[in-house]
Write a protein that binds this ligand. Structure first.
Ligand code: EPU
Length: 443
């Protein structure tokens, strides 16, 4: 286990570059199962989840090299179709190989990705869609594996009852090689899905967004190699913007993408965050004035993303008045609350009033665990103080690092591996803009 030793209270100042989007890179790697040819993918962040995904693909026989931030990857015609439990279990997204395997090889054996620290996260919507395309998929509880077979996937008209980001992508990855047309309705609208579509189209796929939340895929016989650059990571930009303000600092972000962050930028400006457009790809975020409270509800794109609610909660601990945060996508994404409270934050849970929660929330209502809340109320501002903190999920982890940087005194943040899942060399990048942060190995 590794720990960050952080001495807070110093404003972060300078320029920081956003890396490639984790939630795109992972899916582009999976696309290597769709072709015999080599794929060259640039701007791939070297982080734990990406390395885990490469391990999954290597265990199937895929060849890869990862130099700098460029991955060269080649699946070939003879990859295995069983994901070993020990590699599959480390990464939920490993389940996304299901679509390409069924489309190209007609079979797949995959360990159940199971729940994770932000909720149950089943893949029932992925499976239902693949079944509509002609696959037979069954779950064997004795060995914990999904078994899938498909003679030939065929295009289908599929409506997702509720939104699913990776579910949409899994079905796209299957439909590109299915026979005929697939229409995905109520499909995810995240810009990361568009980057995957751009990549697959560059490999010869025929995918279009045909209406709001509708994607049409005309299956093709085969796909070819391609060279592509992953879009920058929106979640990193939000993390650094909030880091600037909570440390009363001033950060200039390179590889910025304001167009894809409208819902964040609107709220950020409303609460008094300083923002300056330097050029198309550069944005300055800075502490300008005392912050105001806000009410936020997480939503699918183009709404306020669930991935931003943890750092936003930290921002609200520094705001004047009472703020609320209503999480609607995952049933359990407030693990950081107890840790922020250790630092002096004033946060209480509450149950937002919702007419028909079963329909309203994006998670399956059956997965709701007794005692978990969907809302928090934060009263600020509170000067945070140092503490010993534990991280148990990625975005919560990044938030606690920022909290420790903003607090007076020395903090210890345990479970750094969670942050490494989504941020490449975060302590090095933060040190360059003035953070006092050191990684220490624990016995
Ligand atoms: N859900 C189901 N059944 C399904 C699919 C989803 O019940 O078959 C539920 C989930 O449990 C969740 C909700 O529906 O409560 C939404 O899930 P979705 O499928 O949209 O999320 P995801 O695809 O699992 C991706 C990102 C997340 C990001 C969400 C929302 C990747 C690898 N992950 O997750 O990113 O928060 O979309 O945009 O793309 C992160 O980077 O830290 C992260 C968690």
């Amino acid at each position: 286990m590794q720990t960050f030793e952080i001495t807070g209270g110093t404003p972060l100042l300078g320029t920081i570059e956003v890396g490639g989007a984790k939630n795109v890179a992972l899916k582009l790697l999976v696309a290597s199962l769709l072709t015999d040819d080599e794929l060259i993918i640039h701007n791939v962040p070297k982080l734990r989840d990406v390395l885990f995904m490469l391990d999954v693909l290597k265990s199937l026989g895929v060849k890869e090299s990862f130099v700098g931030n460029t991955v060269r990857i080649q699946g070939g015609a003879n990859v295995a179709t069983t994901v070993p439990l020990e590699v599959g279990a480390r990464l939920r997204t490993s389940s996304m190989v299901l679509g390409p395997m069924l489309a190209r090889f007609g079979e797949a054996k995959l360990p159940n990705p199971g729940g994770c620290r932000i909720g149950a996260r089943p893949i029932d919507r992925h499976i239902e869609g693949l079944k509509k395309m002609g696959a037979t998929i069954s779950y064997h509880s004795d060995d914990g594996y999904f078994y899938g077979v498909a003679k030939k996937l065929t295009g289908a008209d599929i409506t997702f009852e509720k939104n699913t980001h990776t579910g949409t992508e899994t079905l796209i990855l299957a439909a590109v090689l299915a026979s005929g047309k697939t229409i995905l309705r109520n499909a995810a609208s995240e810009v990361e899905v568009d980057d995957l579509i751009g990549f697959l189209n560059s490999m010869g796929a025929r995918i279009q967004r045909t209406a709001e939340n509708e994607i049409t895929i005309d299956g093709v016989e085969s796909l070819h190699g391609s060279e592509y650059t992953v879009m920058p990571d929106r979640n990193e930009e939000v993390t650094f913007a909030i880091a600037a303000v909570v440390t009363k600092g001033d950060l200039t972000i390179k590889n910025s993408q304001r167009n894809n962050l409208e819902s964040f930028i609107q709220k950020f400006s409303q609460v008094g965050g300083g923002i300056e457009e330097i050029d198309d790809k550069t944005t300055r975020y800075y502490y300008k004035e005392p912050l105001k409270a806000s009410d936020i509800m997480t939503q699918r794109y183009p709404g306020f993303m669930t991935d931003w609610q943890a750092p936003w909660a930290l921002l609200m601990t520094q705001s004047e008045g009472v703020s609320t945060l209503h999480e609607t996508v995952f049933e359990s994404r407030f693990s950081y609350v107890s840790e922020l409270k250790k630092m002096g934050a004033v946060i209480e849970f509450y149950t937002p009033k919702v007419a028909d929660p079963e329909k309203f929330y994006n998670f399956n209502w059956d997965d709701k665990v007794e005692g978990y809340f969907q809302g928090i109320r934060i009263t600020g501002p509170t000067a945070l103080h140092n503490a010993v903190l534990s991280i148990d999920d990625l975005r919560a982890g990044a938030t606690l690092v920022l909290a420790a940087l903003s607090a007076n005194g020395q903090s210890y943040v345990h479970g750094v591996e969670q942050v490494d899942r989504g941020y490449e060399k975060i302590e090095k990048r933060l040190s360059r803009v003035g953070a006092h942060i050191k990684r220490i190995e624990e016995e």
